[in-house]
Design a protein around this ligand. Structure first.
Ligand code: CAO
Length: 423
């Protein structure tokens, strides 16, 4: 079966997490992703958080499936010639270098556009134009500067970063959408364009509901926040809201049977208005269906602490999975807190390819997250990440058309291999 991006070739200059997640997605959709790595070094994540000696770290393998690797020193004269040929033969260049790196390499947008007017140049940076545009940025910096940290955690605690990599993988996703959109526009204009995505902007986009609340605050307290029920005044900025739901249907994390020993024995419970009467029946409070203090959502808002405490008495009498089964029967929205162990062992996630087992020549079998986006006419086969420079010869000859003799000359120039250390 063909893939959605068959025939699209990506020049992948990405490293660490944000850029690689983007190009991995494009690879899953069928693009030919050529990862350019520094000879002898490669993407820094190959050696970060290593768990198996002499094998690429999971940090690298889990972000670089479905790619080929070429080693190329782009500061070497011959290396630059090869890069020019790559630019002429690819559709998209994706990079997440620090600010100014590509220009310092000698590959400005103007130069790339002159070499290949159809090329799309897609970049991730920490910040967009403004006071911080020259700053290097990692995940948690983006979470802190994009509004996630100030709105995550408990009111009386520190700002918190989340385990979801919304700065890196989130921005990678945004960029991937920008790239396929630019590819679509190119079918009409015939021209490439620059696509940029700043991690701060990506995080803020994902924190959109908090900017909503910031503006609502000017018109009174945020009545769905537990802070309102606690009788604590709001300041002039959106506070951290613990596990309160971010929408109009109040929700909380509640203890389930076994919570004393199991740190994940909890369920998220949403008191969705249309199923309020069913909730009352399930928890054994049928009079709340008609009692004016509880019957309608506005009446419940100042009483959410009491209401959730009563619901928790019920959830504590069930395991999180028992509670999930019962509540789903009544169409009450809820979700058990699943540990990474539970997710790794989940049968249905394996069956859909959301969790996949991949075999690697140096580390053996490992688990990864497969493509979360399922397409009926473009299925995803997850193939292992490349070894450093594994496809250098193949790319030089098959993609760029160099002869065996030319490849030997390129290699002799030191463009594809790290200088040998003196014995
Ligand atoms: N051949 C020769 N040199 C190469 C090369 C190659 N194939 N690939 C990279 N390099 C060089 C670059 O030319 C650059 O050198 P100069 O600084 O001399 O110009 C250097 O390697 C890479 O610089 P960098 O700034 O990208 O890397 P860093 O490790 O210092 O910083 C990071 C990493 C992530 C902080 C920075 O790249 C960044 O801010 N990126 C943008 C935001 C981003 O994506 N952050 C998320 C990362 S995941 O948490």
């Amino acid at each position: 079966m063909t893939k959605a991006l068959d025939g699209i070739r990506i020049l992948d200059f990405t490293h660490v997490q944000s850029g690689p997640t983007c190009t991995q997605l494009l690879g899953w959709f069928g693009a030919d992703v050529i990862k350019v790595e520094r000879p002898g070094v490669g993407d820094i994540t190959r050696g970060q958080l290593m768990d198996v000696p002499n094998a690429d770290a999971l940090y690298f393998t889990m972000l670089n499936h479905n790619k080929r690797s070429i080693t190329l020193d782009t500061k070497n004269k011959t290396g630059k010639d090869v890069l020019e040929r790559l630019i002429k033969n690819c559709d998209v260049l994706v990079e997440n270098f620090g600010p100014g790196v590509l220009d310092r390499m000698g590959f400005t947008w103007e130069k790339i556009h002159a070499l290949n007017p159809r090329m799309i140049v897609a970049s991730i940076k920490g910040f967009g134009p403004g006071p911080y545009e020259d700053c290097k940025v990692y995940e948690n910096v983006a979470q802190c500067t994009g509004g996630a940290a100030s709105t995550t955690g408990f009111r009386d605690g520190l700002p918190l970063v989340t385990g979801a990599q919304i700065g890196d993988s989130g921005t990678g996703l945004h960029l991937a959408l920008g790239i396929v959109t630019a590819l679509f526009q190119r079918t009409v204009t015939g021209k490439g364009q620059k696509v940029t995505c700043a991690m701060q902007d990506g995080v803020l986009n994902l924190c959109r509901v908090k900017l909503r609340d910031q503006q609502r605050l000017a018109h009174g307290p945020l009545r769905e926040y537990s802070q309102f029920g606690d009788g604590i005044a709001f300041g002039d900025a959106v506070p951290r809201a613990g596990n309160d739901s971010g929408g109009g249907q109040p929700g909380r994390i509640l203890k389930c049977k076994g919570w004393e020993k199991d740190p994940d024995a909890y369920i998220y419970f949403i008191t969705q208005a249309p199923v309020w009467e069913k909730i009352c029946d399930v928890i054994g409070e049928p009079t709340w269906k008609t009692d004016p203090n509880y019957a309608k959502p506005p009446a419940r808002l100042p009483r959410l602490n009491e209401i959730f405490a009563r619901i928790e008495q019920w959830t504590m009498s069930k395991t999180k999975f028992e509670a999930m089964d019962i509540l789903n029967e009544f169409d009450i929205p809820c979700g058990p807190i699943l540990s990474m162990k539970e997710l790794a062992e989940d049968k249905s996630l394996r069956e859909t390819g959301t969790v996949v087992e991949v075999d690697h020549p140096k580390r053996g079998k490992y688990l990864s997250v497969g493509n979360p986006i399922k397409m009926s006419d473009s299925p995803t086969d997850v193939t292992r990440s490349p070894l450093l420079g594994e496809h250098t010869d193949e790319i030089l000859m098959q993609v760029l058309g160099y002869s065996t003799a030319e490849v030997a000359t390129i290699k002799a120039s030191g463009a594809t291999e790290a200088p040998k250390k003196p014995a």
